[in-house]
Write a protein that binds this ligand. Structure first.
Ligand SMILES: Cc1cc2nc3c(=O)[nH]c(=O)nc-3n(C[C@H](O)[C@H](O)[C@H](O)COP(=O)(O)OP(=O)(O)OC[C@H]3O[C@@H](n4cnc5c(N)ncnc54)[C@H](O)[C@@H]3O)c2cc1C
Length: 450
């Protein structure tokens, strides 16, 4: 892509029509309209639909998320986006009976609710765990008395082991936190991958103390979601994409599907916001960031054949021969997604350095997942149907040094009014993407118009 300073002010090109690109375009359009300026925005998406990783389909009376399925309600300005899009009333809390999470190690063990990202928040939480020995639990609880000396952006795994001890870290935090990024905690940047833990430690000298002291952030949370950390949207997360696209069309934004941005000329643009991940765009000065491919298998059972204990699913410890990394009990976590006659589950596979699933065709992959389910939960009956999604290069790898690399690239690119934003940079969660998209669009707008 090449571009020279354009005479006309206020023309934005957005590359990529996932949640980040749509939110960036939306923010710019809103700013233009508020300023009484014409809307001059084009969004290019190479696929034949909007939403990127977010896609919802309906099958057999079930709402099936083909990508993400949950939103952290208190994170990243999500609620202000939901208000803007008129979706606050459509937010659905996680079912109260579906809030328990398990870890599949030697058996399937419950994780107490008084924990955040694997950080124990009370001694009761530790007492409720009978599958880790007392010395390891005491070592984890001693995190609050362990002196902290800042040591730069190292690996998450080594930081957590120093703080909580090896046994707790490997049994609890490794599957929980590594699972979110489909990556070993030893290969993740502590600062970039879990800034809430990093900030907690740097402000209070202890993650336990900081997280126990945090004030509830419930002011804006709609009544129906106050008791839930995660929410979904009635009709599925695709509803957010539909609402964004509807608004953008109403604003007069030009929306182009099926266009690879490599082929377009951005010379006339005053600003270019690139939300396509860096491994899909050949642009000078992009930071080098690797990505991990993952897949998941959705399984629908006759509810009479499969009954699950209360909870929303499990994360799996890595074991030889084990394929599943996590399993969501969808119909229990989100009862609105399935009729009472169905038990819906989805099993995640694949991590960085674990690409065994790529060698398997759909039938073999479903069989491997069912073998794990039989072992973990004793489910041996055949599902009524399965649906498999293979997501190539879906998750970015935030390696140590990530923040500095991204910051250096941004400095160089913004001098050319090119802004990089999206899952590859400032957090993989949808709320992170929505917040950083708005920030980037505002930054670009001010750079262009002031
Ligand atoms: C399996 C999985 C489960 C997840 N679950 C959750 C969850 O429950 N909650 C949560 O908050 N987050 C979750 N996430 C993360 C979240 O879904 C993503 O980080 C977020 O949707 C990324 O949005 P994005 O717009 O930045 O990127 P994408 O959705 O990847 O969009 C980028 C877009 O750019 C387009 N593009 C690429 N190259 C070009 C090009 N050359 N020209 C034009 N267009 C191009 C792509 O086609 C794509 O549409 C999950 C991620 C995965 C993989």
């Amino acid at each position: 892509m090449s571009r020279r300073a354009a005479a006309r002010r206020g023309r934005l090109v957005v590359v990529g029509g996932g949640i980040t690109g749509l939110c960036a375009a939306h923010t710019w359009c809103t700013m233009a309209i508020d300023a009484g300026a014409p809307v001059d925005v084009v969004v290019y998406e190479q696929a034949d639909r909007w939403g990127g990783l977010i896609r919802t389909m309906v099958r057999d009376g079930c709402t099936v998320e083909c990508g993400p399925d949950a939103l952290l309600v208190r994170k990243g300005g999500l609620l202000s986006w939901m208000r803007t899009l008129g979706l606050t009333d459509a937010l659905v809390p996680q079912a109260p009976t579906g809030r328990t999470v398990y870890v599949w190690g030697d058996g399937v063990h419950v994780l107490p609710q008084a924990m955040l990202l694997g950080v124990p928040l009370s001694t009761d939480a530790l007492d409720a765990i009978d599958w880790i020995d007392d010395a390891a639990k005491a070592r984890a609880w001693a995190e609050q008395d362990t002196p902290f000396v800042p040591d730069g952006d190292g690996s998450l795994g080594s930081l957590l082991r120093k703080r909580f001890g090896t046994e707790w870290t490997d049994a609890v935090m490794r599957p929980l936190l590594g699972g979110i990024h489909a990556c070993s905690i030893d290969a993740l940047s502590a600062q970039a991958a879990f800034p809430q833990l990093w900030d907690a430690l740097h402000t209070h000298g202890s993650m336990i103390r900081a997280l126990r002291a945090r004030a509830p952030e419930d002011a804006d949370v709609p009544e129906q979601c106050k008791k839930s950390a995660f929410v979904s949207v009635r009709g599925g997360l695709g509803t957010i994409v539909d609402a964004l696209v509807r608004d953008l069309e109403r604003f007069g934004c030009t929306m182009r599907l099926g266009v690879d941005a490599q082929s377009i000329n951005t010379r006339d643009a005053d600003a270019v916001i690139v939300t396509a991940p860096p491994w899909h765009v050949s642009l000078a000065h992009m930071p080098r960031i690797q990505a991990t491919s993952v897949a998941y298998v959705v399984l629908a059972y006759d509810a009479r054949d499969v009954s699950l204990r209360p909870g929303s699913g499990f994360v799996a410890q890595e074991r030889p021969g084990r394929m599943i990394t996590a399993c969501t009990w969808t119909s229990q976590k989100w009862p609105h997604t399935a009729p009472p006659s169905r038990t819906l589950m989805r099993c995640y596979v694949g991590r960085m350095h674990d690409t065994r699933w790529m060698e398997l065709d759909d039938a073999a992959l479903a069989a491997a997942v069912r073998k794990d389910l039989a072992q973990a939960l004793g489910i041996v009956c055949p599902p009524l149907w399965t649906h498999i999604e293979r997501l190539s290069d879906a998750l970015p790898h935030y390696a140590p040094g990530h923040i500095a690399r991204v910051s250096d690239a941004r400095k160089t690119l913004s001098a050319h009014r090119t802004y990089i934003v999206g899952k590859a940079y400032d957090g993989v969660g949808i709320p992170d993407c929505m917040r950083s998209a708005a920030d980037a669009a505002m930054h670009a707008w001010h750079a262009v118009t002031e």
